[in-house]
Ligand binder design. Structure first.
Ligand SMILES: C[S@@+](CC[C@H](N)C(=O)[O-])C[C@H]1O[C@@H](n2cnc3c(N)ncnc32)[C@H](O)[C@@H]1O
Length: 161
């Protein structure tokens, strides 16, 4: 999956409900992902973000900037590889987000013409909720297993003592 134009499968987006903004959407898209879209022509990172955001960021090093912006924004859901040990995860997910849903199975992303790829993501994928109501939405989807991202582990240790 060497370029950025890999679209979120509708079966993942649908149960998450409507979004106000997708700040990184393809120029030509087979379906809307939010009420408002920014594309590479707008540079979504340079624009103001408002409302409930859907974020499936450009891949690679670029993703760090987008997820940082999402954590600052604090309202929405992001789709990222479940690389839970990385600096990006520790900077913008653990301790910053409200919940993480680890997807059951590996999704097949779509091409910009809407066609589903024959192969899967090749890596585990997770959904990250920013804001309490988005965490509740994740928990209700049944798409995978949800864990809190801010819960103090010490509560568990205290209970066990
Ligand atoms: C992984 S795809 C996700 C597409 C869509 N948001 C979705 O969930 O199906 C990332 C998208 O970000 C777009 N993109 C890359 N750089 C961007 C930028 N600076 N501003 C806005 N969009 C950008 C790419 O063109 C690509 O369509």
């Amino acid at each position: 999956m060497k370029n950025d134009e890999w679209l979120t499968p509708p079966e993942i987006l649908r149960p998450l409900g409507p979004f106000d903004l997708d700040p990184c959407a393809p120029i030509l898209r087979p379906w809307p992902t939010a009420a408002k879209h920014f594309t590479v022509l707008d540079d979504g990172l340079a624009q103001p973000w408002a409302g409930r955001v859907w974020l499936n960021p450009p891949f690679g090093r670029e993703a760090v900037k987008w997820l940082r912006r999402m954590a600052e924004h604090g309202n929405g859901i992001a789709l990222i590889p479940a690389r839970t040990e990385t600096n990006m995860f520790f900077e913008s997910v653990w301790g910053s987000a409200d919940a993480v849903l680890f997807l059951k199975g590996r999704p097949h992303f779509h091409y910009v013409d809407g066609q589903r790829a024959a192969f899967n993501s090749g890596a585990p994928i997770c959904l990250v909720a920013y804001g309490h109501s988005n965490a509740e939405t994740l928990a209700a989807t049944g798409l995978g297993h949800v864990v809190p991202a801010r819960s103090p582990a010490t509560n568990f240790l205290k209970d066990a003592a």
